[in-house]
Design a protein around this ligand. Structure first.
Ligand SMILES: [Zn+2]
Ligand SMILES: [Zn+2]
Length: 180
């Protein structure tokens, strides 16, 4: 029996996206006629990224509970509360900004298991380790950061990471239709 992926992204193995044992007819007839919840949260992360004050890279993050019903943390990269809205240094890799994922994780409840993270860029190695430590189970990222080491760490730590871009350009205008 084929598996139906509700958002038509087979890499997205979050339980809410998977229907085991669907018929081929169901799979063939399935349409995505509104933004999947995964896409909606990713767009929230994109909006948050616009608030970044880092001169090097703007990143936004949304964390939800496993059921994707509640946002439990948000973040974007920038300096500490009360510090200047600027990087400490222009040196690449040493700008001193708190990473977006870290800013979101310090707000999310540590006891909550199987959290879901949406982040506009794939995480760096240290954020990847924090993601594992904070009991995030699924991580969706829009674009791959130039170094893949963070993704390797996520895989090793049992976090399912999904490059989520299938619906990036749809429903961008009010009332616009999904692709045929
Ligand atoms: Zn910075
Ligand atoms: Zn990081």
């Amino acid at each position: 029996m084929p598996t139906l992926f509700k958002d038509q992204v087979p890499e997205n193995t979050h339980p809410l996206n998977v229907v085991e044992g669907a018929s081929q007819a169901e799979v063939d007839a399935w349409t995505v006629d509104r933004p999947p919840l995964f896409e909606a949260y990713m767009r929230m992360a994109e909006e948050l990224a616009k608030r970044s004050t880092c001169r090097r890279l703007a990143v936004g993050t949304v964390i939800t509970d496993h059921a994707l019903e509640n946002v439990v943390g948000i973040g974007y990269n920038g300096n500490a509360r009360g510090f200047p809205n600027d990087c400490d240094s222009p040196t690449p890799g040493a700008c001193g900004c708190i990473h977006s994922e870290m800013n979101a994780l310090v707000k999310a409840p540590g006891h909550l298991s199987d959290k879901v993270m949406f982040v506009t860029a794939s995480p760096c190695p240290m954020c990847a380790k924090l993601v594992i430590q904070a009991k995030v189970r699924h991580l969706f990222y829009r674009t791959a950061y130039r170094r893949p080491r963070g993704l390797e760490i996520l895989a090793r730590g049992g976090v399912t990471a999904v490059h989520y871009h299938r619906w990036r350009d749809e429903w961008r205008l009010r009332g616009s239709a999904p692709p045929p």
